[in-house]
Design a protein around this ligand. Structure first.
Ligand SMILES: Cc1cc2nc3c(=O)[nH]c(=O)nc-3n(C[C@H](O)[C@H](O)[C@H](O)COP(=O)(O)O)c2cc1C
Length: 345
């Protein structure tokens, strides 16, 4: 396969593994890159020393191109970005923040920069800030998808930018790949599909859940971590949505917030006292949301925890290897094209 993305990233297939916290770890990232796609290592919840260790581990598992992500909304992300730059990771993906300085640093060593966006405004800003490509994430996506669906969002951004676009949110098979290419994108990035693979470290309970859930079994709200996000409709998700938070909650949670931000507790306590009530509530929501996210993903607990999942979970019916997923998508895409050609005649 040849698209602007396979050329830019020097990969065989335009199929990317999204950066999923606790899931896009070296083993899964390397499996995707070794199968001809490109894995994105998630660093959002890692300390800088762990980020370095994970990058080196990924390098030991694959000689193929791979990426690492920086989610600017996550605490400690700038320290992780510095490690990624020092390690000269070949492809760097950033989201939820301004990446101009990052692009400059990555370009200095010849790396490629991909910005993840959910709006036209941010797509144009990322292009201005030096991004070489975009991951455009629609409303269907797991986690922080945008307000507009992939079908409407992707062609509008493709029309407005010059850099290549990777479509994300609602892609899991060959039909999806062909659709993305037809919309003008140059590849797809998948979270929900790769989460349910043999190599994925997500708890087995969640792999089974992703097979059982339909497209109607997810919730999209900003009550999880303060930004609109999509999660599986579980007891844990409903409990978290109902939880009322006030500035005092932030004080009660200050030790957890300090740990999350890797900062002294006294400093956080004072910061909460001095910050406005809105910031304090936001910090509390983030601390609770992150904990629930970790419990859901790693422990497979859907009462105490939550699980990001996309609407495309409705078509996921098995737990194949990463190689099987990629080969199946490529084969299916070719069949889809033939069928469509027949219909167009
Ligand atoms: C279990 C899980 C964890 C995720 N964690 C993150 C994350 O930490 N940061 C992030 O930016 N996106 C995260 N995402 C969202 C993906 O990066 C991606 O945008 C999304 O999965 C694409 O849509 P799809 O699920 O329909 O393929 C996560 C997705 C899943 C399924």
């Amino acid at each position: 396969m040849k698209t602007r993305i396979t050329e830019l990233l020097k990969i065989k297939y335009p199929i990317i593994l999204s950066g999923m916290s606790w899931i896009s770890v070296p083993e899964l990232v390397a499996a995707v890159s070794n199968a001809g796609g490109c894995g994105i290592l998630a660093t959002g919840v890692l300390r800088p020393d762990q980020t370095r260790e994970y990058i080196q581990k990924t390098r030991a598992l694959t000689k193929k191109p791979f990426a690492a992500n920086v989610t600017f909304y996550f605490p400690g992300s700038e320290k992780n970005a510095k490690v990624i730059i020092e390690e000269k990771v070949p492809i760097v993906n950033y989201s939820l923040g301004k990446g101009d300085w990052l692009a400059k640093e990555v370009h200095k060593y010849g790396g490629v920069v991909i910005a993840t966006v959910t709006t036209l405004k941010h797509a144009l800003a990322a292009q201005r800030d030096g991004a070489d490509a975009l991951i455009v994430t629609g409303h269907e996506a797991a986690g922080h998808g945008g307000a507009v669906t992939s079908l409407a969002l992707i062609p509008q951004i493709v029309d407005a930018v010059e850099i290549p676009v990777i479509a994300a949110g609602g892609f899991a098979d060959g039909r999806g790949l062909v659709t993305a290419l037809a919309l003008g994108a140059e590849g797809i990035s998948m979270g929900t599909r790769f989460m349910n693979t043999v190599e994925s470290p997500v708890h087995e309970v969640q792999k089974k859940l992703s097979i059982e859930l339909t497209a109607f079994d997810t919730i999209y709200t900003d009550k999880f971590d303060g930004l609109p996000a999509r999660m599986a409709d579980t007891k844990g998700a409903r409990r978290l949505m109902k939880r009322r938070l006030n500035p005092l909650s932030a004080l009660f949670l200050s030790r957890r917030i300090a740990k999350l931000l890797d900062l002294p507790w006294g400093k956080i306590f004072l910061g909460i006292m001095l910050s406005g009530p809105k910031t304090a509530v936001q910090m509390a929501r983030m601390a609770i949301g992150f904990r629930a996210f970790e419990v859901g993903t790693i422990a497979g607990d859907n009462v105490e925890g939550i699980l990001p999942i996309g609407q495309i979970t409705g078509i996921i019916k098995d737990t194949p290897t990463v190689k099987e997923v990629i080969e199946r998508i490529v084969k299916e895409a070719n069949e889809v094209v033939k069928n469509v050609e027949k219909k167009l005649k």
